[in-house]
Design a protein around this ligand. Structure first.
Ligand code: CP
Length: 308
């Protein structure tokens, strides 16, 4: 049982997960489907939100988290991922949540590990639980429920910033497109992306091009850790063309909302005015983090036949 990318979310699965997220957000109890089981968090890149929300979700489901720290594990002694997984399996680990800087890492884990596997971010590949969380937040905001995905049909969403190096953009854009949203990318030419990779109708190179046309601004952090030396852009020029400032938000549609997956670089992609605006939905995004991971882990446990 795996959750590796948003292409696994057909309408049926998305509906079930969204409905469960909605119940959990409204106080439903999580099942005990991980009772007596250990789930490894194999995070080979830093994380606050994703790692801690998976840890909280595993806890709520009755399981135990095993954290593998890349710096103090035998991965630093060049032990392979495959052999690391053999050790985990031998110790009775039932699931692996994996984040790594390389595209396809979660697929490799799924090939060599017999248990549930979740992609928590693979290089510039995908971040599917982030996408599920944020599409549920938008469904709730526009349709009143986390599974009101019909309310996103025709919704115009600009994904703004460092598209090329963003796994979040690839997952969020494609999932939004699959429920009928109209996605447009906005990025400096150096960090542009084939619109198809985003599920987008096009990519433009200035936020002012779409400012009064979109219902949602999905803002991205510059992924400095992935930007090559020959791809750097001037930061003041970036702010001038791509920052969503309070001044710009005033010129946007009055009901337009703002999302950001976090972490935010304050004063770069967003200014403090937007970050403290009621139109900024990051608080709701964080609130949906644990329920989304609970819903995903429950669904995978059921698929694995562990029972709820
Ligand atoms: N959005 C996200 O993946 O945040 P973390 O890197 O803190 O997990």
């Amino acid at each position: 049982a795996t959750f590796l990318g948003v292409e696994q979310l057909d309408a049926g699965r998305l509906g079930v997960l969204g409905a469960r997220v909605d119940e959990l957000v409204h106080g439903a109890a999580a099942s005990r489907c991980l009772e007596g089981r250990r789930v490894a968090l194999l995070f080979l890149e830093p994380s606050t939100r994703t790692a801690l929300s998976f840890e909280a979700a595993i806890d709520r489901l009755g399981g135990r988290t095993v954290r593998i720290d890349p710096e103090s594990s035998s991965l630093v002694k060049d032990e392979s991922l495959r052999d690391t997984l053999r050790v985990l399996a031998a110790q009775g680990t039932s699931g692996v949540v994996v984040r790594a800087p390389w595209v396809g890492t979660a697929d490799v884990v799924a090939r060599f590990f017999d248990g549930i596997v979740v992609n928590a971010g693979d290089g510039v590949g995908q971040h599917p639980t982030q996408a599920l969380q944020d599409v549920c937040v938008l469904a709730r905001t526009r349709g009143g429920r986390a599974d009101a995905f019909g309310a996103l049909e025709g919704c115009r969403v600009a994904i703004v910033g460092d598209l090329r190096h963003s796994r979040v953009a690839r997952s969020v854009g494609r999932l939004l497109a699959s429920v009928g949203a109209e996605v447009v990318g906005v990025a400096p030419r150096e960090w542009s992306l084939d619109p198809k990779a985003l599920g987008a109708v096009g990519v433009t190179d200035g936020i002012d091009d779409v400012l009064d046309e979109v219902d949602v601004f999905y803002m991205l952090r510059i992924q400095h850790e992935r930007v090559g030396a020959n791809e750097r852009v001037d930061l003041s020029g970036y702010r001038a063309r791509f920052q969503l400032s309070g001044h710009r938000l005033e010129r946007a549609r009055p009901d337009a909302v703002v999302l950001h997956p976090g972490p935010v670089n304050r004063g770069v992609e967003l200014d403090d005015i937007v970050l403290s605006s009621p139109r900024m939905l990051d608080g709701l995004q964080y609130a949906y983090g644990v329920p989304t991971r609970v819903a995903v882990l429950e669904a995978l446990a059921e698929e694995a036949g562990w029972g709820l």
